[in-house]
Design a protein around this ligand. Structure first.
Ligand code: SAM
Length: 244
């Protein structure tokens, strides 16, 4: 009897998941930063659309999950979107995950999501970690209103964008990689030398570090710092002063 009931629950669950696309947030470093619901959903879906199968396999293996993986990234998005949507429309359930954090946040995913909406597929968010919000929560800077800019343009439009941030009166959040962090700190100290910033390196990982100070101060102390890893830079609003 109990076995029969369990079987019915499993069948019902599968039926409920059919034709759905689950948007799943995954850790940004520490593998424990994932919700129970995310793990359950990854276990239950028919297949997983991810950025790089090798990166996602590390997390999936850690949680004992073995699934069909379909790589969907900036380079192959156009050809893969239709394939993934056809599979979902044929009655399958799919989880979308990126290499780290929340899909679509400075990561691929938005095109698949908007195409899924157009074709009438149900979207289910499974919320979790985003590097931007993780950094904002420890910045101590105003968080009731903020501007998330992600990565600044690498070449064309970069100076214009920096110029536009000078008068920004909300907290600004930027993403930067190990390759350009020094360049970015140099530019910030040029465009807004007195602005207070919080540089978060390798959040949730073994070498997590947080540096706080004016752009000019942090640039001057750069020689004492490790510039390897992933960075979020949180910039104070214009005219903001520390209140203690
Ligand atoms: N989808 C991710 C999210 O939800 O935050 C962002 C992916 S984006 C391709 C990668 C960038 O996010 C890195 O270059 C860095 O700026 C930021 N980032 C991701 N993980 C981080 C971490 N553990 N510590 C600091 N920054 C991180």
């Amino acid at each position: 009897m109990i076995r029969l009931q369990l079987g019915a629950v499993i069948i019902l669950n599968v039926l409920l998941m059919n034709n759905k696309l689950y948007i799943i947030s995954t850790p940004i470093g520490n593998l424990k930063d994932i919700t129970l619901r995310a793990i359950e959903t990854l276990k239950d879906v028919d297949f997983i659309a991810c950025e790089d199968t090798r990166v996602s396999s590390v997390l999936l293996k850690h949680y004992g999950i073995s699934k069909e993986l379909i790589s969907i990234n900036a380079a192959n998005e156009s050809s893969k979107i239709e394939f993934v949507l056809n599979k979902i429309n044929s009655g399958k359930s799919c989880a979308l995950m990126s290499d780290a954090g929340t899909p679509g946040i400075s990561d691929p995913g938005v095109r698949l999501i908007s195409s899924a909406i157009k074709s009438g597929i149900d979207l289910i968010p499974i919320p979790g970690v985003t590097a931007a919000i993780t950094a904002l929560t420890i910045s101590g800077l105003p968080s009731d209103s903020f501007l998330f800019e992600g990565f600044l343009p690498q070449k064309k439009g970069r100076q214009k964008k920096l110029q536009s941030l000078i008068d920004e009166d909300r907290t600004i959040i930027l993403y930067e990689s190990t390759y350009r962090i020094e360049k970015l700190l140099r530019e910030l100290s040029e465009y807004m030398p007195d602005r207070y910033i919080v540089v978060c390196r390798e959040l949730t990982k073994k070498f997590e570090e947080v540096w706080r100070g004016t752009t000019l101060y942090l640039l001057n102390s750069i020689k004492d710092k490790t510039l390897k890893g992933e960075f979020v830079i949180v910039i104070s609003p214009k005219n903001w002063v520390i209140k203690v």
